[in-house]
Design a binder for this molecule. Structure first.
Ligand code: KIV
Length: 266
């Protein structure tokens, strides 16, 4: 049986790029399940794009479990990673291990993701991996710490912070992480980290040389029109399509065009 760790390892060894997309509900998960996307991340970005908060910090473990279960129902055969939300793993190793274990046990996801490389995070990764829970790391712009990082900004622009992120990546690999998300880094640093470790890096705004890429589904589909960072490519314009469809529905209801002959039970 293929596991997420095997798939990532295989692709990494063959130098094949890994594709990851976020997803929060069963309908989109079903669409993703029909294409060759390697993996779904149920990101705590749902706190912003789904719940409308201005950060990921309010998201709870219960909410992550709820959305991950929905995604699992929509895409039962895809590899799914559940993001551990703010304050569900940072307090102690025991807390982190318990949270990671509960996430995988209750949702049936394949792995969990946590941000940063503090001593607690590293030990949590070590213990989760030991008890059988694959862990993905996340470095660079770690949105749960956006306040202390000075906002949603490119990280590692000077030598000192760049070296710290590189050392953190090496530490995450040593602790047992099977992959690391690198968010908003200069391309050269994304490449350097990727060449310095032997687990795949998944970039979001970290340039072209990471082992794979991840994007937030709402952003790449063009649902959120006000979020257009340099690293984002919009592959569709769902905002306009959705607005147009809803306006037409509204008009047809008001003009008595919908429901039409085809939409009624005789
Ligand atoms: O929460 C999320 O969606 C993420 C990705 C942006 C990597 O962490």
């Amino acid at each position: 049986m293929q596991t997420i760790i095997n798939l990532f390892k295989e692709k990494f060894q063959k130098k094949e790029r890994i594709s990851v997309v976020t997803c929060y509900d069963a309908s989109f998960a079903k669409i993703i399940s029909e294409i060759e996307m390697d993996c779904i991340l149920v990101g705590d970005s749902l706190g912003m794009v789904f719940q409308g908060n201005n950060s990921t910090m309010p998201v709870t473990l219960e909410e992550m479990i709820y959305h991950t279960k929905a995604v699992k129902r929509g895409a039962p055969n895809k590899f799914i990673i559940c993001d551990l939300p703010f304050l569900s793993y940072q307090i102690s190793v025991e807390q982190g291990v318990s949270t990671g274990g509960i996430a995988i046990k209750e949702t049936g996801c394949d792995a969990v993701k946590l941000e940063g490389a503090t001593e607690i995070a590293l030990q949590t990764i070590r213990q989760l991996t030991e008890i059988g829970v694959p862990v993905m790391g996340h470095l660079g712009l770690t949105p749960q710490s956006y306040q202390v990082l000075g906002g949603y900004k490119v990280q590692g622009k000077d030598e000192k912070t760049a070296d710290k992120i590189l050392q953190d990546a090496i530490a995450l690999e040593k602790a047992g992480a099977f992959s690391i998300v690198l968010e908003m880094l200069p391309e050269s640093l994304g490449e350097k980290i990727t060449n310095s470790i032997s687990i795949p890096t998944i970039g979001i705004g970290a340039g072209r040389h990471t082992s794979g890429q991840v994007l937030v589904i709402n952003d790449l589909l063009g649902v959120s029109i006000n979020f257009k960072p340099k690293f984002l490519k919009q592959f569709a314009d769902l905002y306009s399509i959705t607005k147009q469809a809803l306006s037409t529905y509204n008009k047809e209801v008001k003009e008595g065009i919908f429901p039409g002959e085809d939409n009624v039970f005789k």
